[in-house]
Design a protein around this ligand. Structure first.
Ligand SMILES: NC(=O)c1ccc[n+]([C@@H]2O[C@H](COP(=O)([O-])OP(=O)(O)OC[C@H]3O[C@@H](n4cnc5c(N)ncnc54)[C@H](OP(=O)(O)O)[C@@H]3O)[C@@H](O)[C@H]2O)c1
Length: 329
């Protein structure tokens, strides 16, 4: 093993969090029980905010960015893990309070590790990443709600990471999926994943009435703000909306009317600290319903060295589908 290795580290420069490449040694890593040789990480919206400096994601500095990683256990002081185990880590505060995945090696707490299902390689687990696993958590939440058997399910931010994985999973599970995107040029791509209807992003982002024409049996929303308020107002009696993102804004200018007159549920999705019981359900949904050809079609693999530009691109809404980061390059 090399005694030093490259990582993308967010540091304080003149009071601002700024990301850049640094060489780390093993002595720099946190004193956690499991040492993992990281092979792949990924790019999520939150990573874009952290690396571009457009959002204050890191709550302490210096911080190795990257909310996901996949790799092989090299050393373990914990009996549950042994050298050679294939593991993935999603969230658990990585890139916020804990050092994350944009590095060749990382030391991690044993309870953060997920044993990879046989269905997925390390690279595929990062093509899924937090975005894909969040899409699966959202589907799990909608299915637990249990009242969405028929009707249309809307996916917003459709051409992004959460959106792309949500569409292919929902379609495979037999739902009729409508995609909302601001990029009409992605309609063929979204149709290839299983979307059968399209709504322009602007139709949902204008302020609308408290109760609108009932349309959606369910929805998975990555956008928030007025878009989420409109979706709630358009959800049918006893439908549910899983809210997971804020790509359009963190506010929610909504009324209680859909909830008290139509029994609509707003289900919050938090991937970062989801307990293992929920994570296992999400990975089971992915193992059962993820079409690996669709996963390949929605994924590009990029070297770690391209991260600064990729971070700008995802925050600008220019990335389609998922990006795997090869941390060795
Ligand atoms: N709750 C959680 O635990 C959790 C986990 C993962 C992600 N998230 C959140 O979920 C969201 C999606 O994450 P992601 O990794 O899938 O990001 P992403 O790949 O960048 O996808 C976001 C999509 O939202 C749409 N969008 C971008 N800017 C917009 C705007 N101003 N107004 C309306 N739509 C806009 C775009 O889709 P179109 O071009 O198709 O319109 C974009 O592709 C982010 O807000 C992220 O922070 C939350």
């Amino acid at each position: 093993m090399a005694d030093h290795f490259r990582a993308l580290v967010i540091e304080d420069r003149d009071g601002k969090p700024v990301g850049g490449f640094k060489n780390l040694t093993f002595a720099d890593l946190p004193d956690h029980d499991v040492l993992v040789e990281v092979q792949f990480s990924t790019l999520n919206y939150k990573d874009g905010l952290a690396v571009s400096g457009k959002g204050r994601i890191a709550r302490r500095l210096p911080m190795v960015a990257g909310v996901d990683l996949a790799g092989i256990v090299v050393e373990s002081r914990n009996p549950d893990w042994k050298p050679g185990d294939k593991v993935a880590v999603n969230g658990w505060g990585m890139s916020e309070t804990e050092w994350g995945g944009y590095t060749r090696f990382q030391r991690l707490k044993p309870e953060w590790l997920t044993r990879l299902p046989d269905a997925f390689s390390l690279e595929q687990s990062m093509a899924i990443g937090t975005a894909g696993y969040t899409a699966a958590l959202a589907i799990h939440a909608l299915e637990l709600w249990g009242k969405i058997k028929t009707g249309e399910v809307l996916v917003t931010g459709a051409a992004g990471g959460v959106g792309s994985v949500a569409i292919t999973l929902l379609a495979r599970r037999g739902y009729k999926v409508t995609a909302s995107t601001g990029r009409p040029q992605t309609h063929d791509y979204l149709a290839s994943l299983g979307a059968t209807g399209f709504v322009d992003r602007t139709e949902l982002s204008e302020k609308g009435g408290a109760l609108q024409k009932e349309r959606w049996a369910g929805a998975i929303d990555s956008v928030g703000s007025t878009t989420l308020a409109n979706i709630l107002a358009q959800t049918i009696q006893s439908g549910a909306v899983a809210a997971c993102g804020l790509a359009g804004g963190a506010d929610l200018p909504a009324t209680v009317m859909p909830h008290i007159l139509r029994g609509v549920a707003l289900l919050g999705i938090n991937s970062v600290t989801a307990p293992h019981s929920e994570r296992d359900k999400a990975w089971a949904i992915l193992s059962e319903s993820l079409d690996l050809n669709h996963l390949t079609a929605m994924t590009t693999v990029e070297p770690l060295s391209n991260l600064p530009q990729l971070a700008q691109d995802i925050v600008a809404g220019k990335i389609r589908g998922r990006v795997v980061i090869d941390v060795a390059k």
